[in-house]
Design a protein around this ligand. Structure first.
Ligand code: ADP
Ligand code: VHF
Length: 377
């Protein structure tokens, strides 16, 4: 895969910024300004990807529904109405300033298999090379529960990870992250810089549960998005959507919004797929020695260090790695299926040879090779 060399930014805008909360009517001035800003960034040499919510909100407004649909079928039908309207509006605005756009609708399953992930990557690369701004949303109308992103914050983070973006901007209806929901707690303190997401636990940041009336996930999913993106080496910013001019000001160095530092040691494209594309099909529980060998010894995972295997999976499927307390250690691709692993867990090479009827020690593989392993906490 040969990546584009220009810096790439992924900008996610939520329903709460695209529509007026009281009426659900489109915030046309915001959309027009966003369109102008993104086109200018594109002409300044940035690769630009827009992740836009709004299909459900716009669909509801079109159909005169005043509440967000609860049933899955109604939501999927409403999204089908709204997505077309949304793209029509974007296309009108972008076309009036000669900026080509593309619609990319994804479901979680599209990033799951390595071949589909690489395919999606190549499509984005071509679009960026052609000077097109891809506009991404979840394919809400056909997404099934098990293969859904569920919210566009984490979708945008996975897209940023997929395309190897430099920046992810999460545009919302608050100007930054606060120590608590500023709508319900006027004492909430602004947070400008997050070096490491673990720092937020120390600061006891409260995120509530839901978002605004039309939003999905609120701040919880934005923090999850920041975790996914920063682990992939993408600097992430939460800032307000009603002033899209802030994007350029931030790129020029102004301290606006909440910034999350990209984590050191950015991982390769293949490891980004292992970490954020592949869906783990099972869990391997490791003993203390194995956790230590992975975290500090730079080693591959051997069967001897596995104490339990959960789930059913085939060779070359993704697995979660956890310590004895069930805390996440990382993710990897297993060289063995779950059936074989149940037979060889805790065993040494000579025993594995006998159990699997192998004739030489070299035929015994590491369970997760170092190249197929991503450490995460
Ligand atoms: N700690 C916090 N800091 C800032 N906003 C918060 C916090 N906790 C909860 N929120 C809420 O998150 C909302 C934004 O999420 P959401 O409605 O899902 O927006 P969007 O549609 O942009 O995704 C804000 O309106 C705010 O009320
Ligand atoms: N895919 C859905 C958006 C889901 C979502 O995350 O919404 P939001 O919290 O407004 O970004 C839609 O287009 O309505």
């Amino acid at each position: 895969m040969s990546p584009t060399t220009s810096p790439v930014i992924v900008v996610k805008i939520g329903t709460s910024s695209l529509t007026r909360p009281e009426t659900g009517v489109l915030a046309l001035a915001t959309i027009a300004t966003l369109v102008e800003e993104l086109s200018q960034l594109q002409s300044l040499g940035y690769g630009v990807v827009l992740v836009s919510s709004g299909a459900v909100g716009v669909g509801c407004a079109r159909l005169g529904l005043t509440d967000r649909p609860r049933s899955i079928a109604l939501k999927q039908a409403v999204a089908a109405v709204g997505q077309g309207r949304l793209m029509r509006i974007y296309d009108d605005f972008f076309t009036s300033i000669n900026q080509p756009i593309a619609q990319v609708l994804l479901t979680r399953g599209d990033l799951m298999q390595r071949s589909r992930y690489v395919n999606a990557y190549q499509t984005f690369q071509e679009l960026l090379r052609l000077g097109v701004i891809p506009i991404v949303n979840e394919n809400d109308t056909v997404a099934v529960e098990e293969l859904k992103f569920g919210d566009n914050d984490t979708l945008s983070a996975r897209v940023a990870s997929l395309v190897g973006a430099d920046w992810l901007f999460l545009l919302t209806d608050v100007d930054r992250l606060y120590s608590d929901d500023p709508r319900s707690n006027p004492e909430a303190q602004p947070i400008d810089w997050v070096q490491n997401l673990a720092d937020l636990d120390a600061l006891q940041v409260q995120t509530g549960k839901a978002g605004s009336q039309w939003g999905t996930g609120g701040m919880v999913t934005k923090l999850e998005a920041a975790r996914i993106a920063t682990q992939s080496g993408v600097r992430t910013v939460i800032t307000e959507g009603k002033t899209p001019q802030n994007l350029r000001r931030i790129l020029e160095g102004e301290a606006l919004g909440t910034h999350f530092a990209a984590q050191a040691g950015a991982i390769t494209a293949r490891k980004r797929w292992i970490a954020h594309g592949a869906i783990p099909a099972g869990t391997l529980y490791l003993d203390g020695g194995a956790v230590e060998a992975l975290r500090h010894g730079g080693k591959s995972l051997l069967a001897a260090g596995i104490v339990a295997v959960e789930g059913e999976f085939q060779r070359q499927e993704g697995v979660l790695l956890c310590d004895g307390e069930g805390q996440s250690v990382g993710r990897g691709i297993s060289s063995y299926g779950s059936g074989e692993l149940q037979q060889i867990l805790g065993r040494k090479t000579a025993e594995i040879m006998a159990i699997l009827h192998l004739d030489r020690p070299e035929a015994v593989s590491e369970v997760v090779h170092r190249d197929n392993l991503v450490l995460m906490s």
